[in-house]
Design a protein around this ligand. Structure first.
Ligand SMILES: C[S@@+](CC[C@H](N)C(=O)[O-])C[C@H]1O[C@@H](n2cnc3c(N)ncnc32)[C@H](O)[C@@H]1O
Length: 388
């Protein structure tokens, strides 16, 4: 496909996403219906779609409209690509620009539009991030890097790098965490690599790795990952501890991948059903990786940013209050409770911890780990609490 034809396909897919279809499903359906497109085409089209979704509001201002065509026009203008190189650029390209479209937009975006956030969220975002609010929002308009966690149970970071290099994947050591690698090129080769199949590496953002490195973990502790999902953090903890970890999720289907992932990584994870939790308690450390808006990771899942509503944020806050209390009830006397989210919103972080401590004054929160989305990692929040 020509570059212009890829943009034309991105426009068609964006119109489907804007009508309500999740982005991943729209991309998969498009690929099934257009078998002529090669992997390079699919990857480029996916990048265009996600580039637009990250910055949907500011691009609508730049492109003078809210449909796929206007958004792609806004994207080209933002990135300094002459629109005529795409619109009207030969067969299968999007149609040439109309005179109205060709006229560069002169409207200034509102702060919420410039930040690419819904209007209702912008004041909450500002309250949470203060002077960093706009910079943090702008950071989420751009692609995030791919980070790997080296599985130290299997190998060293240097050997992992060598093995990946031999498979054409260049990496750099992450400056902030001893397990981290930053993928420099060929990120799409990682999932099919031998290094991955052999459990040498896992895909995990550096923020989660930094948080796991900050936990008070030592061999022999009874550790529970209460909201384990697919087990990314449970695996990282088991690797750091060199001993087994318990994992639980309210939705057991989410834990299906944990067993094969643990075998691949050479670590032990014991999954617990909700009924089995009380019987297995108490634990020395309970990690509560709470369900959240994901506002620190919206570069990776930009449609989540537009799906979040005020009501949903309140629902999440209620669940967060519940899970932190449940985590505390499973801790041994003298044990530690770690509350974490991949959000940067105060309502999901400090506000939850403060309300918990107000209701449970025997618990004390240590200084939180607060990571804002940056070129080095996603946004993340974690606080360790201890009971007197
Ligand atoms: C942020 S995700 C976990 C991500 C996972 N820890 C990882 O590192 O890959 C939150 C998880 O909490 C689970 N969850 C929601 N409510 C819960 C509850 N009351 N108890 C336990 N898990 C819950 C969800 O099913 C979801 O898998």
């Amino acid at each position: 496909m020509t570059p212009a034809a890829r943009y034309a396909s991105a426009i068609a897919i964006l119109d489907i996403v804007l009508a309500g279809e999740p982005a991943e499903r729209a991309l998969t359906n498009w690929a099934r219906a257009n078998r002529f497109a090669g992997s390079g085409d699919r990857a480029a089209i996916r990048d265009h779609v996600y580039d637009v979704l990250r910055a949907r509001r500011s691009l609508a201002v730049a492109g003078g409209g809210e449909d796929g065509r206007a958004l792609i026009l806004g994207l080209l203008r933002r990135d300094g690509t002459p629109p005529e190189a795409v619109f009207g650029a030969g067969g299968h390209a999007p149609a040439a620009l109309t005179p109205e479209e060709a006229e560069a937009n002169r409207t200034d975006p509102t702060p919420a539009q410039a930040a690419d956030l819904p209007d209702w969220l912008w004041p909450i975002w500002q309250e949470s991030l203060g002077d960093d609010a706009m910079a943090c929002a702008v950071m989420q308009q751009h692609r995030a890097g791919l980070h790997l966690r080296v599985n130290l149970s299997r190998t060293t970071r240097q050997v992992a790098q060598d093995r990946l290099r031999a498979e054409g994947i260049a990496t750099l050591p992450h400056p902030d965490v001893d397990t981290g690698l930053i993928v420099q090129d060929n990120p799409r080769r990682v999932a099919g690599s031998h290094a991955f199949a052999d459990g040498v590496i896992e895909v995990q953002d550096a923020a989660s790795q930094i948080a796991m490195a900050a936990l008070p973990l030592s061999p022999g502790l009874r550790v529970l990952d209460l909201c384990a999902g697919g087990g990314g953090k449970a695996l990282a903890m088991a690797d750091r501890m060199k001993s087994s970890v318990f994992a639980h999720d309210i939705d057991p289907r989410r834990m299906t991948d944990i067993a094969p992932r643990a075998i691949r990584a050479g670590v032990q994870i014991k999954t617990l059903s909700t009924q089995a939790l009380q019987g297995a308690a108490p634990f020395d450390l309970v990690l509560v990786d709470a369900p959240c808006s994901g506002s620190g990771t919206w570069r990776r899942t930009p449609d989540a940013k537009w799906r979040l509503t005020d009501e949903r944020l309140h629902e999440l806050n209620a669940i967060q209050a519940e899970v932190i209390a449940q985590g505390a009830s499973l801790c041994a006397p003298g044990g530690a409770l770690a509350y974490a989210t991949c959000s940067v919103l105060r309502d999901e972080n400090d506000a939850i911890v403060e309300a918990f401590v107000a209701q449970n004054p025997s618990w004390h929160a240590q200084a939180p780990l607060r990571l804002q989305p940056s070129t080095q990692h996603d946004g993340f929040y974690m606080v360790v609490l201890r009971r007197n």
